[in-house]
Ligand binder design. Structure first.
Ligand SMILES: [Fe+2]
Length: 390
């Protein structure tokens, strides 16, 4: 962790956060007061088809605002080509802002559409860091899964079908202006999405906590996120779908996103990319498969700061940081199992030596994330973790 007494640190948080039961129903007033009410509305298809409350919000917006241009996102992981295809739906309408309702991919797609209304050309031209020249239209983000934290971060990730890799349109301009955490939007969330999205957020929080670039400020969010996520994912595993549990999970995932963008990702986040791109594994699930092994590896190499997190949720019975960290690693593995996260790579079609090599070699593209790990994590260590999951 960076020591703010020895070096300057930066902490960024640019999104206006709102949370509470039926908080999304205040959208028409919020948007009407701040614009002419001409909005681009992007909604996840599964959510739109299965969540009555989401449809109620869409109808409310349509009935009370000047113009609503609706796009139903049908892609689980949108590509740059898809972004080009859908952005033109909005261009003729002289919109004021965008509202995105859905999981991380839908929120990323919303940010992409908002960017391409004010920045001309093909989406792929904006791939990377700092390529966006003009400020995008403002975005209001309403997550329907407790996972990516896209509602508070400036990243929008798309698949580059030519290079076969996932890259972000990453710009300081791309923070959503407002994020609304409304538990009603999780009403139709299937159990396996609670699990994969929740463990994605858990990956963000634990890797941001342990990252070399973590700061005393980012850790406040990592710690709070861990507490909220661990307790409430246990409840989810036990069948609890109460409003309080859903809202706490959303807040936990949001805090994890804030922590992540102010510190850095780690090995599990990086390894999730080749598993997603080459084996079509959804992002949340892809990172969660690696998380318990990476934590165990770190603890085995003497990293004991997980003990602070262990103390937050367990009666200790021991004073040894090493012992607490070992128990912590076991508890994360147990939580992952309780949520039904696969414990090996076979279930994803990763079977041959060649498949394993594909993951290992391609994960090296994200070397910076491995360097963030609190103990050395080079190619040899990547191989160890990947082969242990074969
Ligand atoms: Fe993630």
């Amino acid at each position: 962790m960076k020591d703010h007494l020895k070096e300057n640190i930066r902490f960024v948080m640019k999104t206006d956060l709102r949370a509470g039961e039926r908080s999304a129903s205040g959208l028409p007033e919020l948007l009407g007061a701040n614009s002419r009410g001409r909005i681009g509305l992007v909604i996840d298809k599964g959510l739109y088809d299965n969540n009555d409350y989401c449809q109620e919000i869409a109808t409310l917006l349509n009935d009370s605002l000047g113009q609503v241009v609706l796009l139903i996102n049908e892609m689980v992981e949108p590509s740059y080509d898809y972004l080009d295809e859908v952005k033109s739906k909005f261009t003729e309408h002289d919109l004021d802002c965008f509202v995105g309702i859905g999981g991380g991919s839908t929120l990323d797609l919303t940010k992409g559409c908002a960017t391409l209304q004010t920045n001309k050309g093909r989406a792929i031209e904006y791939r990377g860091f700092g390529k966006v020249r003009n400020r995008p239209l403002p975005v209001v983000a309403l997550p329907s899964t407790a996972g990516t934290g896209s509602e508070v971060t400036p990243y929008a990730v798309f698949i580059d079908t030519v290079e076969k890799w996932k890259f972000g349109i990453n710009t300081e301009y791309n923070y959503p202006q407002i994020a609304i955490y409304d538990p009603g939007l999780l009403d139709s969330c299937p159990t396996h999405i609670y699990a994969s999205a929740g463990m994605d957020a858990m990956t963000h929080t634990l890797e941001s906590y342990a990252a070399q670039n973590a700061t005393p400020l980012s850790r406040i969010f990592s710690i709070k996120a861990f507490r909220l996520l661990f307790k409430n994912l246990k409840k989810i595993a036990g069948g609890d779908r109460s409003t309080g549990t859903k809202l706490d999970l959303l807040l936990g995932a949001g805090c994890a996103g804030i922590a992540l963008m102010n510190s850095g990702a780690g090995p599990s986040g990086a390894l999730s990319y080749p598993l997603g791109v080459y084996f079509d594994v959804p992002h949340g699930l892809a990172g969660s498969v690696f998380l318990p092994s990476v934590i165990k590896y770190n603890v085995g190499k003497g990293y004991t700061e997980y003990s602070e997190l262990y103390d937050l949720v367990f009666e200790t019975g021991t004073t040894s940081p090493a012992e607490k960290s070992e128990r912590f690693a076991d508890e994360i593995e147990k939580l992952s199992r309780e949520l039904g996260i696969p414990t090996d790579l076979k279930g994803f079609g990763v079977e041959t030596e060649q498949d394993l090599k594909l993951i290992i070699d391609n994960s090296m593209q994200l070397e910076a994330a491995f360097q963030q790990n609190p103990v050395k994590f080079g190619k040899e260590e990547i191989e160890k973790v990947v082969y242990s999951l074969r």
